[in-house]
Write a protein of this length. Structure first.
Length: 168
């Protein structure tokens, strides 16, 4: 009930490196606080939870831009959803999520796969120094896991990143 306690619990979970979570974490996707919804979605997405796909699609229409951004990242990475189509339909996502969604879409197996185009976008994300640069570089590191052998040389730069969350 107390958002401060929920945030503290989420902070503890964010620092864990596990691929499974208590199913109650999924309930936080409907929490009244936007940052709780966003962080819960990010944790579940990091774990590759495919059971939240329907809920993530609903979160594309969330009033909070951060929640919408996490939803588009999850859906492009986990389901191969075309992020440009979603952005055209819904609009207003954080800039880095558009690039990350495109990399996830282009690197995924299927007819739209284009590793060279994905690499070009990913290289820009790895070099990002803007205000949101650390978040963009961290997302690049997550994306490399989609096709690690294709982007291995980019991983070395991220492992040396000055931001601990990026390197982790």
């Amino acid at each position: 009930v107390d958002p401060a306690e929920v945030r503290y619990a989420l902070e503890l979970l964010e620092n864990q490196q596990t691929r499974s979570w208590h199913p109650a974490l999924r309930d936080l996707l409907s929490h009244p606080e936007a940052d709780v919804r966003r962080r819960a979605l990010a944790i579940l997405a990091e774990a590759g939870d495919r059971e939240i796909a329907a809920h993530a699609k609903l979160l594309l229409r969330d009033p909070d831009i951060g929640v919408r951004t996490e939803a588009i990242l999850y859906l492009s990475r986990e389901l191969g959803l075309d992020p440009l189509q979603q952005i055209q339909e819904l609009g207003n996502f954080e800039d880095f999520s558009i690039r990350a969604g495109m990399v996830a879409f282009l690197a995924s197996p299927g007819p739209s796969r284009n590793i060279e185009a994905a690499r070009a976008i990913l290289e820009g994300m790895v070099r990002a120094e803007s205000a949101a640069g650390a978040r963009e570089r961290a997302e690049a590191a997550r994306l490399i896991a989609l096709v690690p052998d294709a982007f291995l040389e980019l991983l070395a730069a991220l492992l040396r990143d000055k931001d601990v969350m990026v390197a982790r």
